[in-house]
Design a protein around this ligand. Structure first.
Ligand code: ADP
Ligand code: MG
Length: 728
């Protein structure tokens, strides 16, 4: 057996069980390392506390002297927890989180040392950010980037560092991160939703978007991962024949959690508790060694921060357990990949979930208003929503009969479909008193009891209503949730604005009563949104045909999917709602496309290298062994050797065929890359990588995987699927 594989298997087998001390009650650990409202009440003066609360609610500015006070209090609190450094924690467009630590430690002019942290250090920093992707923004404006404190997400202690969540923007104001547009989108949806809420309740002052993500992941022994250059460099296996047993027995899903995974999960959950990430659910997923973790939902900005932080914590904790977390959307062929469902809703400061049916016809009309407007928003911008989850890695998952297709549609269930059908027949103009009574008693009034048995969930739908929230299931496991959340909240914000305008027009110009106007507008929306509603099997081929008839987009590959981001209506949408100006939108498009190119390029190089330098040499040496065998048989049996050498001869021929094919394809793939690399138009380049380079990955893999079945297991250089995918 090859050295690397042999050593890896040996190390992984000898792992001792790691004991986790989690005897402390979870609730007593919760948010101990977070400078949250409770900690702030304890450590801040009343004025400073109120200043932060006001900043959170109204985006008001915090004065320099208040910031100084807050910084000092934060420092004192952190020092009690043995913290030595602080950092502005942000989410640049690389997808990972970024941090640059500075010590509190400083020397004075008198020559002694102190621990110092003041308001200016809290509020703003200038990291040397020239190496983060900016899509040309920084070059164009020759501006530096700076980070600025986001008081809506509390500071936290990670290891021995005080982390201050921040936005990352260019000096000219353009966003260079995920958080800035998200915050702007959340403000937009807040404003639009509050305005619409006023039809139903004058007391509503604020509407928060909520997000509950469900994170899927694979856990693989670290030594085994290290033995696979493809996993190390691309996060997925670029080759490897399926194990005889995969997920066909359905014996992993919701099964007993393996001991080793359980120890990891308990340790991870402890860390999450300290960081205030309210994780609640854990279970095995469909594929072997695949698991899921889900928290209690939170305000969307905080939830996004928590998910970004979690992805980092997951790796750090895994390291202690000699494990590696794979967040790639499709690390293994032939078994399910990983997603990250985004459960989303809107809630008022008066405690009402706007997507939860209420107890009275009036609150149900409010529910229907938000429900139907969300549907309409998705209908109008389905292609943009698809683009928000587009990435090279997610392309492997969407449409692969394990995750929703690349076509966005909405599932609402039987009962709500009926409600919409009835609402569609509401009279035009003013409603008669009888019709109103009927609506109240038989349609709107019936919703609560209906939803209790709204259990026919459709797992194949990318965007499903699940009783009190929508669940966007096309998000990839490695994605930053900010991207889909920015789009979803923006399009709903826009839609609610349009709705308000239309209702007000009917009231002001047609003299309609408020209820009549709302029913009238909703009726039209139901009619206009029909094509996005789909209750059937989203995995089926019939749906693809049907969706085409309905003129829904079906952008299978990322380069196609991303284009809509720079279409005129989308540029205008983001601009109008103050979420991104066209420079920011275009920059992001460029970054996304470039990332796609680089991902495929890296995979292509890695596979070329593995195929040429690992697989072929081994195949050749096994082939030589067979040739020697045939020559030996010839010596013994003379002319009749063929009777005995039949098997070896066939093998030699097959191996020769696969080797020749691999060689030719690696050469052609390299040439295709060279051709694409000289193209300066990034969109064109991405198309070339998608259509001219990427197909080779599958074709080369096919031959390598065939060789895996032919070559002596002892010689095979790469750790096999059956070894990677099952804990010992
Ligand atoms: P599943 O999709 O696996 O059946 P659940 O129905 O249990 O899962 O819920 C999944 C996620 O939805 C959880 O993380 C939960 O916190 C979240 N969730 C529940 N209510 C809301 C809400 N109003 N807004 C956002 N997320 C929510
Ligand atoms: Mg779910």
């Amino acid at each position: 057996m090859s050295n690397l594989r042999f050593q890896a298997l040996n190390t992984s087998i000898n792992r001792s069980q790691i004991k986790v001390d989690d005897s402390t009650l979870r609730s007593s650990l919760f948010a101990k390392h977070v400078f949250n409202t409770q900690a702030m009440r304890q450590h801040l003066t009343k004025d400073a506390f109120l200043a932060i609360e006001e900043a959170k609610e109204k985006n008001s500015k915090i004065s320099r002297s208040t910031a100084d006070h807050i910084a000092t209090a934060m420092k004192e609190w952190a020092l009690k927890h043995q913290v030595t450094h602080y950092t502005h924690w942000f989410q640049p467009l690389t997808g990972a989180t970024a941090e640059k630590h500075d010590a509190f430690f400083e020397t004075t002019s008198e020559g002694y040392a102190i621990e110092k942290f003041d308001g200016s250090q809290l509020v703003q920093q200038e990291p040397d950010a020239s190496s983060f992707p900016s899509g040309g923004i920084r070059n164009t404006f020759e501006a530096r980037g700076y980070t600025a404190w986001d008081p809506t997400s509390p500071a936290f202690i990670y290891g021995t560092t005080l982390c201050i969540p921040t936005v990352f923007v260019a000096y000219t104001g353009e966003a260079l991160d995920y958080k800035t547009p998200l915050l702007r989108a959340l403000q937009a949806v807040d404003a639009s939703a509050v305005a619409v809420c006023k039809y139903f309740d004058k007391n509503v002052r604020k509407v928060n978007a909520s997000l509950g993500w469900e994170q899927e992941y694979f856990l693989i022994d670290k030594a085994l991962v290290a033995s696979r250059p493809d996993l190390m460099l691309t996060g997925r296996t670029l080759l490897g024949h399926a194990a005889a047993k995969g997920q066909q027995l359905d014996d992993h899903y919701f099964g007993t959690i393996p001991n080793r995974a359980m120890a990891y999960m308990r340790d991870l959950e402890n860390e999450c508790m300290l960081l205030g990430i309210p994780v609640k659910t854990r279970h095995n997923e469909v594929a072997p060694n695949q698991f899921e973790l889900a928290p209690i939902f939170e305000e969307a900005n905080l939830a996004v921060d928590h998910n970004s932080l979690l992805m980092d914590v997951m790796q750090k904790v895994a390291d202690r357990h000699h494990l590696k977390v794979l967040l790639h959307e499709k690390p293994f062929a032939g078994v399910n990949g990983s997603g990250k469902h985004n459960n989303w809703s809107l809630a008022t400061d008066t405690g009402v979930n706007l997507l939860s049916p209420g107890k009275t016809p009036m609150s149900n009309l409010q529910f229907l208003t938000f429900f139907i407007n969300t549907i309409k928003a998705v209908k109008e911008y389905e292609e943009l929503l698809r683009a928000s989850v587009a990435s090279a890695s997610n392309d492997h998952r969407l449409g692969a009969n394990e995750a929703p297709p690349a076509i966005v549609s909405i599932f609402i269930g039987n009962q709500l479909s009926k409600v919409l059908n009835e609402l569609e027949t509401v009279s035009k103009g003013k409603l008669s008193p009888e019709e109103k009574t009927d609506l109240k008693l038989n349609v709107v009034g019936k919703i609560p009891e209906i939803l209790l048995d709204n259990t026919d969930r459709n797992r194949t739908s990318p965007f499903a209503f699940t009783g009190n929230k929508f669940e966007f299931r096309a998000v990839g496991s490695s994605a930053n949730c900010a991207s889909p959340m920015t789009v979803l909240n923006t399009i709903v914000a826009k839609q609610l604005q349009v709705f308000k305008l239309e209702v007000d027009t009917l009231i002001d110009e047609k003299g309609m009563k408020k209820d009549d106007a709302i029913f009238n507008v909703l009726r039209e929306y139901i009619k206009q949104s029909k094509t996005i509603l789909f209750e059937g099997n989203g995995y089926s081929d019939e749906w693809k045909k049907e969706a085409k008839k309905r003129k829904l987009s079906n952008n299978i590959a990322t380069p196609e999917a991303l284009k809509v981001k720079v279409s005129q209506p989308v540029l205008e949408l983001f601009e109008e709602l103050g979420v991104m100006n066209s420079v920011e939108s275009k920059a992001r498009y460029e970054i996304d496309v470039e990332e796609y190119v680089m991902k495929v390029q890296i995979e292509s190089r890695v596979l070329g290298d593995i195929a040429r330098n690992h697989i072929i040499p081994i195949a050749v040496s096994y082939q030589n062994r067979l040739i020697k065998n045939v020559t030996g048989l010839k010596t013994i049996y003379g002319a009749s050797y063929k009777t005995y050498a039949e098997e070896a001869l066939t093998l030699i021929e097959s191996i020769s065929h696969h080797i020749a094919s691999i060689n030719a394809m690696v050469r052609d793939m390299t040439n295709a890359r060279k051709k694409a690399n000289v193209i300066s138009d990034i969109s064109k380049k991405a198309q070339m990588y998608c259509h001219d380079v990427k197909p080779y990955l599958e074709d080369i893999r096919y031959h390598c995987d065939k060789l895996e079945l032919l070559v002596d297991d002892e010689l095979w250089p790469l750790t096999k699927y059956r070894e990677l995918l099952f804990f010992s």
